[in-house]
Design a protein around this ligand. Structure first.
Ligand SMILES: Nc1nc2c(ncn2[C@@H]2O[C@H](COP(=O)(O)OP(=O)(O)OP(=O)(O)O)[C@@H](O)[C@H]2O)c(=O)[nH]1
Ligand SMILES: [Mg+2]
Length: 205
């Protein structure tokens, strides 16, 4: 897929204030600092489209971007950041739960996972929750440029082995780097595929 056009639409905390649910939506979520905003910039080849930061907790709102006038890409605030207050964490859960439950055009959630770490409880629990809610998702491993290919292979294999303890069928997964753009075409190809399936299934198609 070629990204001809990518623009920022809105930032807000409430699902009712999101843009009209009139096209497929793909949401990026994962632990703070995992590289959600950076990957959005890499996918769209628009540096600075989504705000990034070396310190965790940069993205605080539900940010909508419109891609090729056809689909929405959403940058969400991260979870699992230790220095966040109890109140802030409760607010995050409220906002994200409402978004996941009520955003009717949500086509797929991309759960971003740091490729350098062993399976983290917060990621495993979040994916469990998506499964219980019946929200489709894929796993997107990030920052693979930061280690050797063999380290990545070993860690991903261990991750998938861990997942197969609780999942009968493993979700699809992608290996990515916002720095080198590895995995960009695969992820965009997947989004294209889902967009086409949804269009074919839509009434009047
Ligand atoms: N080397 C490398 N660094 C990356 C990559 N992706 C992100 N980073 C760096 O990781 C840090 C966090 O990136 P962000 O994109 O802001 O992370 P985020 O997940 O949006 O973080 P929050 O909005 O705080 O939840 C920044 O310093 C990025 O430059 C990558 O693929 N490779
Ligand atoms: Mg961010």
């Amino acid at each position: 897929m070629i990204i001809r056009d990518a623009r920022f639409l809105t930032s807000n905390t409430r699902v009712e204030l999101c843009p009209p649910p009139d096209r497929p939506e793909y949401a990026f979520i994962g632990r703070s600092n995992v590289g959600k905003s950076s990957l959005i910039n890499a996918l769209t080849s628009r540096a600075g489209l989504a705000k990034t930061s070396a310190s965790p907790g940069k993205t605080q709102l539900i940010n909508h971007f419109l891609i090729n006038e056809q689909w929405y890409l959403v940058d969400l605030p991260g979870y699992g950041y230790a220095k966040v207050s109890k109140t802030a964490r409760a607010e995050w859960h409220k906002m994200i739960n409402a978004y996941l439950q009520r955003r009717e055009n949500l086509a797929c959630v991309c759960v971003l996972i740091d490729s350098r770490l062993p399976p983290q409880t917060s990621d495993l629990e979040f994916m469990e929750k998506l499964g219980e809610m019946g929200v489709p998702f894929v796993m997107v491993f990030t920052k693979i440029d930061k280690q050797s290919a063999s380290q990545t292979r070993t860690l991903i294999a261990a991750y998938l082995a861990k997942m197969s303890e609780t999942w009968d069928e493993l979700p699809r997964h992608f290996l990515t780097s916002a720095s080198t753009k590895v995995g960009r075409d695969e992820l965009l190809g997947f989004i294209d595929e889902v967009n086409q399936q949804l269009a074919a299934a839509a009434p009047g198609a």
